[in-house]
Write a protein that binds this ligand. Structure first.
Ligand SMILES: Cc1cc2nc3c(=O)[nH]c(=O)nc-3n(C[C@H](O)[C@H](O)[C@H](O)COP(=O)(O)OP(=O)(O)OC[C@H]3O[C@@H](n4cnc5c(N)ncnc54)[C@H](O)[C@@H]3O)c2cc1C
Length: 416
């Protein structure tokens, strides 16, 4: 007898987190409904790097091969000088052997594969279900109020409703994680045509006050670009603010010729402000729990937001399967996840500062140091990220708890 026998489970949000957790539950026999406000399951045109830690979850859900058929497997992350593209550091990614590689994935392909798996496992995906608010009653009963006025009272609610999560507001119940604050950085994203002979690697062009990340997608036919600039003012957080490509081109007009060439082909460009969010101390209340960006939105500088969402989904289902009471399952889930998540969110923040050094002695020294490291110990940098990529969330919730404890003991040595 498991916690979900005879239970009605509702997942709010059909993003990476929601579709992954719904699929994992349904594949183990649960009856799951996903509520999504959009009129169709679709994603913005942009890329994601799914590293082996997230890839292991995709493999366990049975969708890894479908995604890998189109997504180039990354061989390296290369740090470059902004003005001439010269290599400063090449972080070679190890040959994954039979295990998952780091995939450079079009977001729409990931969502399509997950939605197919969810439906195949019997998940009901209900579209046009915009949720106005969520409440958790005194006995722990979650109540969902739809914008249309309808009320739903599921046995269990999983809030996978992203950055502006109504479930998060109910779980935190006023004892919030503080207001998000603007980091002083904005980011553009765009897709441009690629070439099938482009090397399968991610390049980071590091300039004073700005940097640009680019990698190929869909067998090289497309190129993903995320360009970050420091700015003093911005008010909104979100992915969908269209901008004029000329502004992006101007901001990066002193970057390497290949960068200027890519940006010259940009037609549809989006700009958004980057905000920092504190990870809350409460991840669940009553019979409601949070996963993915709903609980720990992160800056994109370690490329781990979607990977963490996949990890959360698998570990939560493992914890529900191992416990005989919902509160205990949610507490085990938070214990298994919290230390790792905090370390990743902090690490992503630190990376942005390192990329944007201004001209002067610190930048000269830092770049010389990177070049020396590149010559003398090319794999040393990569090994600093092993704790991210080697983690296997599918190895069992109890291993996850043990790993969380080990990471707690070593969390003073982050430095990524
Ligand atoms: C520029 C950039 C680059 C990134 N690159 C990477 C990367 O390389 N690798 C990586 O791992 N991560 C990356 N990320 C992070 C990653 O995109 C997010 O962490 C991830 O998509 C979060 O997934 P989610 O399912 O938790 O939330 P979301 O994708 O936001 O999904 C939430 C869903 O809930 C629905 N919803 C919300 N509110 C309601 C409501 N009231 N009613 C009904 N439905 C609702 C939404 O419509 C949406 O479908 C990047 C992020 C950015 C900004």
């Amino acid at each position: 007898m498991s916690l979900w026998d005879g239970a009605e489970i509702t997942v709010l949000g059909a993003g990476v987190a929601g579709l992954a957790v719904a699929t994992a539950l349904a594949q183990r026999g649960a009856a799951v409904t996903v509520l999504e406000r959009a009129e169709e399951i679709r994603e913005v045109g942009a890329g994601l790097q799914i590293s082996p830690n997230g890839g292991r979850v995709l493999a366990a859900l049975g969708v890894y091969d479908q995604i890998a058929a189109e997504a180039p497997a990354s061989r390296a992350v290369v740090l470059r000088n902004h003005f001439d593209g010269a290599e400063r550091l090449r972080m070679r990614l190890p040959d994954p052997g039979p295990g998952p590689a780091t995939l450079m994935v079009h977001r729409a392909d990931l969502i399509e594969a997950l939605a197919g798996a969810a439906r195949g496992a019997g998940v009901q995906i209900r579209l046009l279900q915009a949720v106005d608010s969520v409440e958790i009653e005194g006995d722990g009963q979650p109540v969902i109020r739809l914008l249309t006025g309808g009320l739903l009272r599921p046995d269990l609610l999983i809030g996978a409703d992203g950055l502006h999560s109504p479930t998060r507001r109910a779980v935190l119940a006023g004892a919030g994680a503080g207001r998000p604050f603007f980091t002083g950085q904005v980011a553009w994203r765009t897709l441009v045509p690629g070439r099938s002979d482009d090397p399968p690697e991610a390049s980071v062009y590091m300039g004073p006050g700005r940097h640009l990340v680019s990698y190929p997608l869909r067998g090289g036919r497309l190129r993903n670009i995320v360009a970050v600039e420091e700015r003093t003012g911005w008010t909104e957080e979100g992915w969908h603010h269209a901008d004029d490509p000329a502004r992006l081109q101007r901001a990066f007009s002193n970057f390497a010729p290949e960068v200027r060439g890519w940006l010259g082909e940009a037609r549809e460009v989006y700009l958004w402000g980057l905000f920092r969010h504190a990870v809350p101390v409460t991840w669940h209340r009553g019979r409601a729990v949070l996963i993915g960006d709903a609980v720990h939105p992160t800056l994109p500088f370690l490329a781990q937001g979607a990977n963490m969402a996949l990890e959360d989904a698998w570990v939560l289902v493992d914890c529900l399967a191992a416990a005989d009471e919902t509160g205990a399952a949610f507490a085990a889930y938070q214990a298994a996840r919290e230390v790792r998540v905090r370390k990743l969110v902090t690490g992503a923040t630190a990376n942005a500062r390192a990329y944007h050094l201004r001209p002067g002695p610190v930048r000269t020294l830092a770049h010389a140091g990177l070049s020396a490291l590149n010559r003398l110990a090319p794999d040393a940098v990569r090994r600093r990220f092993d704790w991210i990529y080697d983690y296997d969330p599918t190895a069992g919730a109890w291993q996850a708890v043990a790993e969380a404890r080990t990471q707690a003991a070593s969390s003073t040595h982050t430095g990524t």
